[in-house]
Write a protein that binds this ligand. Structure first.
Ligand code: PGA
Length: 252
């Protein structure tokens, strides 16, 4: 089987003070056993420099941001540019999270611009896609995700696509405790890989790491990650506990 990079990204969302975040990262690094998989810590902007300092000697732990602005720089009060992220050691940027789409009105077209901006600075987007419950119940989930991929990624060249990490996150599974079954995750991951293969060819599609997100925890990670097209996870709630997050990174 093709050896893809195994990745677990921890999305802290809007959680943790500086002090709590710092002690959690120290605790996590002490608990971490698996250094074959890549662990990506995605704290709020204000903690990026602190986490960057703590992980600097760890080749298997990288830094991710939860968002960025689509412009290079300028008069955008309260926003953060990709160049700034890069300057504190960020390698990955989560884009298209359902919370950004829903609460901040981020469209496929805006996300396409953010992806271009991230790639222009040689950072790697973690592009989130996924359907709401009513779409899943109508059995339209594959078409829904296909549209998200098309709207934000399909303008990219094959060289650029090779830098993308995709995270499939069914919205009904995020923060709900209701995980997609391993079979549901596998079905969708295989469908996403097929869509990418159709557009960019089988070889490229086989190289893409596709992560599952939505109520991943220390107890269910192993079974989810054992699915052939599931290359890891994007973890919210369970990434806030050092021991649980280390166990998840150990679950391959
Ligand atoms: P959750 O969040 O693990 O808390 O469900 C996942 C996510 O939003 O990325």
């Amino acid at each position: 089987m093709n050896k893809r990079t195994q990745i677990v990204a921890g999305n802290w969302k809007m959680n943790k003070t500086y002090q709590d975040g710092r002690s959690m990262v120290i605790d996590f690094l002490e608990n971490l056993r698996n250094t074959d998989a890549l662990a990506i810590l995605c704290p709020p902007f204000i903690h990026l420099q602190m986490v960057s300092n703590l992980i600097k000697d760890m080749a298997s732990v990288r830094l991710g941001a939860q968002n960025c602005h689509e412009a290079e720089a300028g008069a955008y009060t309260g926003e953060v540019s990709v160049e700034m992220l890069k300057s504190v050691g960020v390698d990955y940027v989560i884009l298209g999270h359902s919370e950004r789409r829903e609460y901040f009105g981020e469209s496929d077209a805006l996300l396409a611009k953010k992806i271009d901006q991230v790639l222009a600075h040689n950072l790697r987007p973690i592009f989130c896609c996924g359907e709401p419950l009513d779409i899943r119940e109508k059995n339209d989930h594959v078409a829904h995700v296909a549209q998200q991929l098309e709207g934000s990624l399909f303008h990219l060249t094959p060289e650029a696509i090779a830098k993308i990490v995709i995270a499939y996150e069914p919205i009904w599974a995020i923060g709900t405790g209701r995980t997609a079954s391993p079979a549901q995750a596998q079905e969708m991951h295989a469908a996403i890989r097929q869509l990418m293969a159709k557009k960019y060819g089988e070889d490229l599609a086989q190289q893409l790491s596709i992560l599952y997100g939505g109520s991943v925890n220390a107890a269910n990670a192993k079974e989810l990650f054992s699915q052939p097209d599931v290359d890891g996870g994007l973890v919210g709630g369970a990434s806030l506990k050092a021991g649980d997050f280390a166990t998840i990174v150990d679950s391959f």
